[in-house]
Ligand binder design. Structure first.
Ligand code: PCA
Length: 192
């Protein structure tokens, strides 16, 4: 069996629910040859990535896949790239709002994700669920997590990826039903 650490975020800003954790916690514990370890992480710069890295020491995953909400997106979007910038439009859940700061002072400008983003988008689309590769994970906590993990696991065999998901219908439009988001994540995991 291979090991997948999969994370979802807590609610943040004006959202009182976060579809990323709702979908992650509903996933089966076994998918194909992966055993899943599910972790809820806070929408907090630095702290979220550190929690994942602590959990990684215990669980030794082959792949770490983080899921987050992208309000306003109408598709499930595997992220291709993470950039070395924190530029928050709203405070995170610890009250921090960094503007124009580097994540890692001497780190490279960007890293490519190390999961097969095109294949994942195609597999989700083939199920009739909207999906497309995204070229920007933003500059808030989701990008922070993806960049930090790609930086610290760059010279290891651990694969790192991130998928943004739309609102749930009760949060506004555009949205995706929870069942579709769960099915999209299952299809994505089968590509890992
Ligand atoms: N989405 C935010 C952070 C937490 C989440 O679910 C983002 O896109 O950065």
């Amino acid at each position: 069996m291979k090991r997948l650490l999969i994370t979802g975020f807590d609610p943040f800003g004006s959202n009182d629910i976060n579809p990323s954790w709702e979908a992650v916690k509903a996933l089966p514990d076994l998918i194909d040859d992966y055993i899943l370890h599910k972790l809820s992480i806070p929408t907090a710069f630095d702290r979220a990535a550190r929690l994942i890295m602590e959990c990684t020491e215990e669980f030794s995953p082959d792949t770490i896949l983080s899921i987050g909400l992208a309000a306003g997106r109408n598709a499930v979007t595997p992220e291709r790239i993470a950039v070395n910038i924190r530029d928050a439009a709203i405070p995170d859940n610890d009250g921090n709002q960094p503007v124009g700061e580097r994540i890692i002072a001497d780190g490279p400008a960007a890293y490519f994700s190390t999961i097969p983003v095109e294949a994942i988008a195609e597999a989700i689309l083939a199920m009739g669920i909207p999906a497309t590769v995204s070229n920007s994970a933003g500059t808030f906590v989701c990008n922070d997590v993806l960049y930090t993990l790609l930086h610290y696991y760059a010279k290891t065999r651990t694969r790192i990826g991130f998928i943004h998901v739309p609102y749930l219908p009760e949060q506004g439009e555009p949205s995706l039903p929870l069942r579709s988001t769960i099915d999209a994540l299952i299809a994505a995991i089968k590509c890992l």
